[in-house]
Design a protein around this ligand. Structure first.
Ligand SMILES: [Zn+2]
Length: 196
């Protein structure tokens, strides 16, 4: 029997939040959106979730106002998914969840490390910049100002192109680069149609 989707007898705000982000894969979709993944095919390549499940999770996140669906190509029609303001507000939740796993689950190595892009300092336990000399000292760094760097747990040779692209240090929320199709001049610039 399938599990119920909601917590009918729970008025608690944690339960309400879990109705939006508590299903399997959902928070990983949101995580990938912070990493710059926007397209269905890229979520699929990186997550390995069943296609129908991924499509359902993306739709549910759009319905809940966490992701915004934008058309980036008309023929054939292709959409991308971008975090809304409500989605961006989930960053402290994800960061804290990752830190909890690293601190409390034995054998968990950090896959990625998060630094304040402006000064290069690794974020503190509360997501703040701990550098005494930084103008943002002690303040939580918003995702757009965070640089993600590879951590000790990251596979140095992943199979899928999305994971390979995410091996490089990169700013959160910047759309994933797409390598030009084979046959293009190596000097040709990579065009990233991001729909806005
Ligand atoms: Zn700083």
């Amino acid at each position: 029997m399938a599990l119920g989707k909601d917590y009918a007898h729970q008025q608690c705000s944690i339960a309400r939040s879990l109705e939006v982000v508590g299903e399997r894969w959902t928070l990983l979709v949101v995580r990938d959106a912070f990493y710059g993944v926007r397209r269905y095919g890229d979520f699929l390549a990186h997550l390995g979730a069943p296609r129908a499940v991924l499509a359902a999770r993306l739709q549910a996140l759009v319905d809940a106002g966490v992701l915004d669906r934008r058309r980036y190509q008309e023929s054939p029609p292709r959409d991308e998914y971008v975090l809304t303001e409500a989605g961006l507000a989930l960053w402290p939740v994800l960061r804290a969840l990752g830190a909890w796993g690293r601190d409390r689950i034995p054998g968990t190595l950090p896959m990625r490390r998060f630094h304040h892009a402006a000064c290069g300092t690794e974020l503190g336990p509360g997501g703040e910049c701990p550098s005494a000399g930084c103008p943002s000292h002690g303040r939580a760094v918003p995702p757009a100002d965070i640089e993600m760097r590879p951590g000790a747990g990251l596979d140095p040779d992943p199979a899928d192109p999305v994971s390979r692209a995410l091996l490089r240090p990169r700013r959160l929320l910047v759309p994933l680069e797409h390598e030009p199709p084979a046959g293009n001049s190596p000097a040709a610039p990579v065009v990233v149609p991001d729909g806005h």
